[in-house]
Design a protein. Structure first.
Length: 155
Protein backbone atom coordinates (compact mmCIF):
# COMPACT_ATOMS: atom_id res chain seq x y z
CA UNK A 1 0.00 0.00 0.00
CA UNK A 2 1.27 3.47 -0.89
CA UNK A 3 1.77 5.77 2.11
CA UNK A 4 2.07 9.54 1.80
CA UNK A 5 2.59 11.33 5.11
CA UNK A 6 0.06 14.09 5.78
CA UNK A 7 2.90 16.57 6.38
CA UNK A 8 4.42 16.04 2.93
CA UNK A 9 3.52 18.02 -0.20
CA UNK A 10 3.06 15.59 -3.07
CA UNK A 11 1.73 17.30 -6.19
CA UNK A 12 2.10 14.38 -8.62
CA UNK A 13 -0.28 11.47 -9.02
CA UNK A 14 2.48 9.31 -10.52
CA UNK A 15 3.56 7.45 -7.37
CA UNK A 16 3.88 3.66 -7.55
CA UNK A 17 2.22 1.07 -5.34
CA UNK A 18 3.96 0.42 -2.04
CA UNK A 19 5.98 3.64 -2.07
CA UNK A 20 6.36 5.53 1.21
CA UNK A 21 6.81 9.30 1.26
CA UNK A 22 7.63 10.71 4.67
CA UNK A 23 6.98 14.08 6.34
CA UNK A 24 8.32 17.32 4.91
CA UNK A 25 9.02 15.76 1.51
CA UNK A 26 8.07 17.88 -1.50
CA UNK A 27 7.37 16.17 -4.83
CA UNK A 28 6.40 18.48 -7.68
CA UNK A 29 3.82 17.90 -10.42
CA UNK A 30 5.29 15.85 -13.26
CA UNK A 31 7.71 13.83 -11.13
CA UNK A 32 7.47 10.06 -11.56
CA UNK A 33 8.17 7.76 -8.63
CA UNK A 34 8.12 3.99 -9.03
CA UNK A 35 6.85 1.14 -6.89
CA UNK A 36 8.26 0.17 -3.50
CA UNK A 37 10.32 3.33 -2.99
CA UNK A 38 11.20 4.98 0.31
CA UNK A 39 11.36 8.78 0.07
CA UNK A 40 12.55 9.97 3.48
CA UNK A 41 11.82 13.19 5.35
CA UNK A 42 13.17 16.56 4.20
CA UNK A 43 13.57 15.64 0.53
CA UNK A 44 12.69 17.55 -2.64
CA UNK A 45 11.93 16.08 -6.08
CA UNK A 46 11.39 18.43 -9.04
CA UNK A 47 8.81 17.82 -11.75
CA UNK A 48 11.22 16.55 -14.40
CA UNK A 49 12.66 13.74 -12.23
CA UNK A 50 12.06 10.04 -12.91
CA UNK A 51 12.61 7.56 -10.07
CA UNK A 52 12.45 3.81 -10.75
CA UNK A 53 11.22 0.98 -8.51
CA UNK A 54 12.64 0.03 -5.08
CA UNK A 55 14.68 3.22 -4.74
CA UNK A 56 15.71 4.61 -1.34
CA UNK A 57 16.14 8.38 -1.08
CA UNK A 58 17.44 9.28 2.38
CA UNK A 59 16.88 12.54 4.26
CA UNK A 60 18.21 15.81 2.90
CA UNK A 61 18.36 14.78 -0.77
CA UNK A 62 17.15 17.16 -3.49
CA UNK A 63 16.65 15.76 -6.99
CA UNK A 64 16.52 18.46 -9.67
CA UNK A 65 15.10 18.42 -13.20
CA UNK A 66 17.19 16.19 -15.44
CA UNK A 67 17.90 13.50 -12.83
CA UNK A 68 16.85 9.97 -13.74
CA UNK A 69 17.14 7.17 -11.18
CA UNK A 70 16.83 3.56 -12.35
CA UNK A 71 15.58 0.63 -10.21
CA UNK A 72 17.11 -0.51 -6.91
CA UNK A 73 19.25 2.60 -6.35
CA UNK A 74 20.28 3.84 -2.90
CA UNK A 75 20.87 7.58 -2.36
CA UNK A 76 22.42 8.31 1.03
CA UNK A 77 21.66 11.20 3.37
CA UNK A 78 22.45 14.69 2.10
CA UNK A 79 23.82 13.50 -1.24
CA UNK A 80 23.94 16.58 -3.48
CA UNK A 81 22.89 16.70 -7.12
CA UNK A 82 23.40 19.58 -9.53
CA UNK A 83 21.94 20.18 -13.00
CA UNK A 84 23.37 23.49 -14.23
CA UNK A 85 26.92 23.52 -15.60
CA UNK A 86 27.27 27.31 -15.32
CA UNK A 87 24.93 28.47 -12.54
CA UNK A 88 24.20 32.17 -12.23
CA UNK A 89 21.55 33.92 -10.18
CA UNK A 90 18.34 34.51 -12.15
CA UNK A 91 19.82 32.96 -15.34
CA UNK A 92 18.36 29.61 -16.32
CA UNK A 93 19.55 27.26 -19.06
CA UNK A 94 17.14 26.24 -21.81
CA UNK A 95 17.93 22.59 -21.03
CA UNK A 96 19.32 21.19 -17.79
CA UNK A 97 22.14 18.64 -17.81
CA UNK A 98 21.02 15.01 -17.52
CA UNK A 99 22.24 12.90 -14.62
CA UNK A 100 21.64 9.14 -14.72
CA UNK A 101 21.91 6.72 -11.81
CA UNK A 102 21.90 3.23 -13.30
CA UNK A 103 20.38 0.05 -11.87
CA UNK A 104 21.53 -0.90 -8.38
CA UNK A 105 24.09 1.84 -7.80
CA UNK A 106 24.64 3.43 -4.38
CA UNK A 107 25.47 7.03 -3.59
CA UNK A 108 27.11 7.61 -0.19
CA UNK A 109 26.17 10.25 2.34
CA UNK A 110 27.24 13.80 1.46
CA UNK A 111 28.53 12.82 -1.99
CA UNK A 112 28.30 15.58 -4.62
CA UNK A 113 27.51 14.80 -8.25
CA UNK A 114 28.27 17.46 -10.83
CA UNK A 115 25.78 17.89 -13.71
CA UNK A 116 25.65 15.48 -16.61
CA UNK A 117 27.17 12.51 -14.75
CA UNK A 118 26.27 8.84 -15.27
CA UNK A 119 26.80 6.44 -12.38
CA UNK A 120 27.16 2.91 -13.74
CA UNK A 121 25.22 -0.23 -12.83
CA UNK A 122 25.92 -1.42 -9.28
CA UNK A 123 28.66 1.21 -8.84
CA UNK A 124 29.29 2.70 -5.41
CA UNK A 125 30.10 6.33 -4.70
CA UNK A 126 31.80 6.74 -1.32
CA UNK A 127 30.58 9.13 1.34
CA UNK A 128 31.73 12.67 0.69
CA UNK A 129 33.06 11.94 -2.80
CA UNK A 130 32.90 14.70 -5.42
CA UNK A 131 32.00 13.06 -8.73
CA UNK A 132 33.22 15.11 -11.69
CA UNK A 133 32.98 12.48 -14.43
CA UNK A 134 31.10 9.29 -15.29
CA UNK A 135 31.57 6.26 -13.04
CA UNK A 136 31.87 2.85 -14.77
CA UNK A 137 29.63 -0.11 -13.96
CA UNK A 138 30.66 -1.95 -10.76
CA UNK A 139 33.29 0.66 -9.84
CA UNK A 140 33.86 2.02 -6.33
CA UNK A 141 34.87 5.68 -6.31
CA UNK A 142 36.02 7.88 -3.42
CA UNK A 143 37.66 11.25 -2.87
CA UNK A 144 37.74 14.72 -4.39
CA UNK A 145 37.73 14.40 -7.29
CA UNK A 146 36.30 10.88 -7.12
CA UNK A 147 38.64 8.18 -8.39
CA UNK A 148 38.10 4.46 -8.94
CA UNK A 149 39.72 2.47 -6.13
CA UNK A 150 38.41 -0.97 -7.02
CA UNK A 151 35.83 -2.93 -8.95
CA UNK A 152 32.98 -4.90 -7.36
CA UNK A 153 32.29 -8.51 -8.29
CA UNK A 154 29.72 -8.86 -11.03
CA UNK A 155 26.54 -10.83 -10.39
Amino acid sequence: MTSIHRLSDVQTDDVGEGTRIWQYAVVLQGAQIGRGCNVCAHTFIEGGVVVGDNVTIKCGVYLWDGVRVENNVFIGPNATFTNDREPRSKQYPDVYAKTLLKEGCSIGANATLLPGITIGKHAMVGAGAVVTKDVPDYAVVVGNPAKVIRELERD
